[in-house]
Design a protein around this ligand. Structure first.
Ligand code: AMP
Ligand code: MG
Length: 426
């Protein structure tokens, strides 16, 4: 018998992060950056206005007040994206929009709310016929509040300067990191790609959901559950579906899948029954008995010319899922090159007693974890309540659980109020 930890250590020792490739930004979501990304051009790339208003010289508006407004001549409009900028001289103002470049001569922006809104100018912007006067020119604006130089101006490089580090290698790319990369003009990045995980289930009794059950048959739930779990762990998952209990068919199906797989997950056919097809078909895989419940029979090996890791999970749906969480998820996250490959484990107080637990085996019961709320002072400690029983066929209870309750090998029962480890399921 192998312990859970020994089996996991053996697997992770034989799995390496995938080689980096260059991906388009959105294809790199959830991936780990392997390059230091520096900023080619400062952000913002030019001084620009943070308000809709008037770009002016600070000295011109220094004494402006409600009682003594300053009247400035409006010499033109500056919209976001404007390339041609009017020069703002003494006694002049340029109407400016948020994000538009600060025109030469101007030092500060007076928000439109601090003015009378201007008068006499033509329509704001847009496609106007070519004319000698710049767009928006010709009117005047009364300013009733001053502003010092630099007010309402976002300085070039105030976000990040040219040559600075935007993101260090090792960063996991989420939405805001992808936003930053786009903002500095990067269209592609070098990352470790998402692993491609092929999921197939075995069993001649299996019928896809949507098809009618004939006597003795059941729906194939594992291939769906495990594909979803692989995706959730960060993989690109391919669900092959159920393969009948025939070793040659299974072998050729797996061989066909190798070209698109960075890892393969099978379910079923690993115990000691007469039709344990994965055992029969996969010579390269080591099949073991683990000191755990559920999930005692497990297989792991490397298959095909490229040595693709294959994890053979037991067929009972709860066993398959628990095995995925314990062994496959860490493999996917290792392939991704992520710094933390395991689910979070916390200590929690078990609200109910558990009458019996198998001696010498680590048990993973399904539970509902509730974080501690409202307690004042002291360490936060949540509670956990078992959901459903120990049976590894109880998929409804599994679907209503948010945690795995860990009962250590040496415990044979749990008294109510006992503190134990709880694996949080996302
Ligand atoms: P096995 O390990 O193949 O003997 O399967 C153990 C139990 O899990 C049997 O009751 C199977 O019918 C069931 N089982 C196996 N594969 C699946 C699957 N893909 N979906 C649902 N149940 C399954
Ligand atoms: Mg089977």
């Amino acid at each position: 018998m192998w312990s859970v930890d020994e089996h996991l250590a053996d697997i992770l020792e034989r799995v390496r992060p995938l080689e980096p490739i260059e991906l388009k930004l959105l294809d790199a979501q959830g991936c780990v950056l392997v390059e230091d990304v520096t900023v080619p051009v400062a952000l913002p790339p030019f001084d620009n206005s943070s308000m809709d208003g008037y770009a002016v010289r600070a000295a011109d508006v220094a004494g402006a007040s409600e009682g003594h407004p300053v009247v400035l001549k409006v010499i033109g409009d500056v919209a976001a994206g404007s390339g041609r900028l009017p020069k703002v001289g003494p006694g002049q103002a340029a109407r400016i929009m948020t994000g538009a470049p600060l025109p030469p001569g101007a030092e500060t922006v007076i928000p439109v709310e601090w003015t009378d809104g201007g008068s006499g100018a033509g329509p704001a912007t847009g496609m106007r016929a070519h004319s000698a006067a710049p767009e928006g020119a010709g009117g005047q604006v009364r300013v009733h509040r001053g502003a010092e130089a630099g007010r309402h101006v976002r300085r070039r490089g105030s976000d990040v300067g040219a040559g600075e580090l935007a993101l260090p290698a090792g960063t996991v790319l989420g939405p805001t990191q992808i936003g930053l990369l786009a903002a500095i003009g990067r269209a592609t990045v070098t990352v470790r790609p998402r692993p491609r995980v092929v999921v197939l289930s075995t069993g001649s009794e299996l019928v896809p959901p949507g098809e009618e059950l004939t006597p003795g048959r059941i729906h194939d739930s594992n291939s769906f559950q495990l594909t979803a779990a692989a995706r959730d762990a960060g993989a690109i998952a391919y669900r092959v579906g159920a393969v009948a209990d025939d070793a040659d068919t299974l072998r050729s199906t797996i061989d066909d899948q190798l070209v698109r797989a960075d890892a393969i997950v099978t379910s079923g056919g690993v115990s000691v029954g007469a039709y344990d097809v994965v055992k029969e078909a996969m010579d390269e895989v080591d099949f073991r008995k683990l000191a755990m419940q559920p999930g005692k029979p497990q297989g792991f090996g490397k298959v095909g010319p490229d040595g693709i890791p294959l994890l053979a999970l037991p067929g009972n749906p709860v066993s398959a899922y628990v095995s995925f969480e314990l062994f496959v998820r860490p493999v996917i996250r290792t392939l991704l090159g992520l710094p933390s490959v395991h689910r979070t484990t916390v200590r929690a107080v078990c609200t109910e007693g558990i009458a019996s637990s198998p001696a010498g085996r680590r048990q993973f019961l399904r539970g509902w974890y509730a974080p501690e709320t409202g307690a004042e002072g002291g360490p936060a400690r949540g509670t956990v309540t078992p959901v459903g029983g120990a049976g590894s066929h109880l998929v409804k209870a599994l679907a209503h659980a948010n945690a795995l309750i860990v009962i250590e090998e040496d415990a044979t029962e749990v008294a109510p109020g006992t503190e134990l480890d709880v694996v949080l399921l996302g």
